[in-house]
Design a protein around this ligand. Structure first.
Ligand code: LLP
Length: 452
């Protein structure tokens, strides 16, 4: 690590700064002040950062209407409102996420429903609220949705999820376009083609597009391009084979999300503008080749919008030097959260950037030396590691505040109450003001769930 006091701009929120006194502020709000008011651990989200990334995505893909924010990355009613105000649409992956969107007054017509096993209650809620689109994931769901729509006297717009058979270079658990996994219909075996035909024939469904998603935290631009090519192949085949009115309805190509972000200083985010330019050109070119009007290109980024908008602030507790070998001593810095608020290192070997945020480390004349450090949580499990190998200054002491950057995506939504830890609050910051977005869970909340 080059300089402990630096905040790598491609990892930290756009409005994060280390001030002259060494304290880190986000959007002008000193993080220690947030800690004083809300305690630790605490998630802090930079609202302008989030909004600016929505706008960047919209610009890259030719307008906000082409971008569906993937709510699974992080969704609250406030976030749904921000997305609405930025003109983006919203993807929900469950009935619960849809209910959050509805509670926030998000227009259902701009919501798309995902899921490999949507229950009848979810499907009914989609139809009753006139949701924009349902992405059909199985033959069973196609029949069920057609039946529900018939009962409700409605024709539901749908997309068919296609599995383009691509090996995305990401962690196995978050790659979704290869053949041997649970999502979508296979292109290779023609089951995607048959599902599309079945959707057209279903009386209460209207097939308006095809969907695919390569995987998440993907850096390989080729993967997106290849997926687009294959799905476009199916789209053009359907354009030829379907009756003219059905072919005219089939106007959308949703290529999912997955754009990789930087979690550490030495990583670089995927160049989304370059990917967008290529994808848009590819769609136009391919359509022209088939003599067809180009379909509308849609994308569903989650992580690339919210990951870097948020940091998690912890208080340092015990600091322990552990003898590893005769030449290696490892310092274990324990913070007051861990795998309950960030399961990603344990689940995907995800890496993070940690910085001391309440003061400078060392001083200018005598910078603190670096020690090989492991940042661990406070859970009763030795795998409760937040950063396996961190280069941190030697002067970190109990009571210091440490922040992990880029914790905006999939940390709060995947949080748990393991060891009866209460979920941390989420505080949004903008123009020097902090606003509580989600309060801290309390032990009373947990006890209240139990029938005792
Ligand atoms: N669209 C679909 C259909 C998806 O399945 C996903 C993510 C996205 C969009 C958004 O992908 P993103 O742009 O955020 O990469 N829990 C994992 C990530 C799982 C992603 C699941 N699907 C993690 O923490 O890395």
């Amino acid at each position: 690590m080059s300089d402990f006091n630096q905040l790598p701009a491609h990892v930290w929120p756009r409005n994060a700064r280390r001030e002259e006194d060494g304290v880190v502020t986000v959007a002008g709000v000193p993080l220690p002040d947030i800690v004083e008011e809300y305690g630790t651990p605490v998630f802090v989200i930079d609202e302008d950062d989030f909004r600016s990334r929505c706008r960047d995505m919209a610009a890259a893909f030719g307008g906000a209407q082409h971008v569906h924010y993937a709510g699974k990355a992080f969704l609250t009613q406030t976030v749904a409102r921000w997305i609405d105000e930025e003109g983006l649409s919203l993807d929900v992956a469950s009935h619960g996420e849809f209910q959050v969107a509805l509670a926030a007054g998000f227009p259902p017509a701009r919501v798309t429903a995902h899921g490999n096993n949507k229950g009848i209650d979810f499907l009914r809620a989609c139809v009753r609220n006139a949701i924009g689109h349902v992405v059909i994931d199985s033959a069973q769901e196609l029949e069920l949705l057609d039946m529900v729509a018939a009962q409700e006297g409605y024709v539901q717009d749908v997309l068919v999820r296609v599995k383009p058979g691509i090996e995305a270079h990401t962690h196995e658990f978050i790659a979704t376009a290869h053949e041997d996994q649970k999502f979508g219909f296979s292109l290779a075996s023609s089951s995607a083609y048959r599902a599309a035909i079945a959707a057209v024939r279903a009386e209460n469904l209207r097939l308006v597009g095809l969907h695919c998603h390569v995987g998440s935290q993907v850096f390989d631009a080729e993967g997106f391009s290849l997926a687009a090519e294959r799905v476009l192949g199916l789209w053009s085949q359907l354009q030829r084979d379907l009756p003219p009115e059905a072919a005219a309805d089939l106007t959308m190509l949703d290529l999912g999300g997955g754009y990789g972000v930087a979690y550490t200083e030495d990583q670089a985010p995927l160049d989304v503008v370059a990917v967008a330019t290529e994808l848009r050109a590819k769609v136009a070119e391919s359509a022209a080749e088939f003599g067809l009007v180009a379909p509308e290109l849609l994308v569903e980024p989650g992580r690339a919008i919210v990951a870097s908008s948020m940091v998690t602030v912890y208080e340092v507790g015990t600091v322990k030097d552990v003898h590893v070998t005769d030449n290696v001593t490892r310092r274990y810095i324990a913070v007051d959260g861990g795998m309950s608020d960030n399961i990603r290192p344990a689940l995907y070997q995800a890496e993070y950037d940690a910085r001391l945020i309440n003061r400078f480390s060392g001083d200018e004349d005598q910078p603190s030396p670096c020690v090989e450090t492991r940042v661990v949580g406070s859970h009763c499990e030795s795998g409760d590691i937040l950063i396996d190998s961190a280069q941190l200054p030697a002067d970190i002491a109990p009571g210091d505040l440490l922040a992990l950057a880029a914790t905006g995506a999939y940390c709060y939504p995947m949080s748990s109450r393991y060891n009866m830890f209460c979920r941390p609050p989420v505080v949004s910051v903008r123009n020097g003001r902090a606003t509580l977005m989600v309060r801290r869970e309390t032990i009373e909340d947990i006890l209240a769930l139990e029938n005792y």
